[in-house]
Design a protein around this ligand. Structure first.
Ligand code: FES
Length: 125
C-alpha cells in the first residue's frame, strides 16, 4: 500500500511543528523497535486544548501522524482529546500501510501522555 495524498501532504508540510515554552503538559513516547521518538506539548485552558505542538524524530508516517493529531486535538475538550484513538488517526489520514500502523499509535499516545502530564500537575496543585 502506498501512502495516501493526505499522509504525503502532512509529511511534506507538517502543521504545528515546534515547542510550547509554557506548555501545560508534555508527553514523550518512543518505539523501541524503530527507535522513533515523539514529544507533544499541549496548552490547556478552561478544559479546552488551545494549542498543540510537536517534535518528532521519526519516519514520514510518524511526522504525518503527529501533524494530523495536533489538528484533531486543537479546540477539543480534554475528554474528547483523550478519546482520540490510533484508528481515528489512521482514518483521518485516509489510511496507513499496515506496517505503519504503530506510527499512528505513537501520535495518540504522545497526545494522551501530554494531557495526563497536565492532569497530574493539576492534582499536585
Ligand atoms: Fe516507527 Fe514510524 S516506523 S514510528
Amino acid at each position: 500500500m502506498q501512502y495516501t495524498e493526505k499522509v504525503m501532504d502532512h509529511f511534506k508540510n507538517p502543521r504545528n511543528v515546534g515547542e510550547i515554552k509554557d506548555a501545560s503538559g508534555v508527553g514523550e513516547v518512543g518505539n523501541p523497535v524503530c527507535g522513533d521518538m515523539m514529544t507533544f506539548y499541549v496548552k490547556i485552558e478552561d478544559n479546552i486544548v488551545k494549542d498543540v505542538k510537536f517534535k518528532t524524530f521519526g519516519c514520514g508516517a510518524a511526522i504525518a501522524v503527529s501533524s494530523i493529531v495536533t489538528e484533531m486535538a486543537i479546540g477539543k475538550t480534554i475528554d474528547e482529546a483523550l478519546k482520540i484513538t490510533k484508528a481515528m488517526v489512521a482514518q483521518e489520514l485516509d489510511g496507513l500501510p499496515p506496517n505503519k500502523m504503530h506510527c499512528s499509535n505513537l501520535g495518540a499516545d504522545a497526545l494522551h501522555k501530554a494531557i495526563e502530564d497536565y492532569l497530574n500537575k493539576q492534582k499536585k496543585g
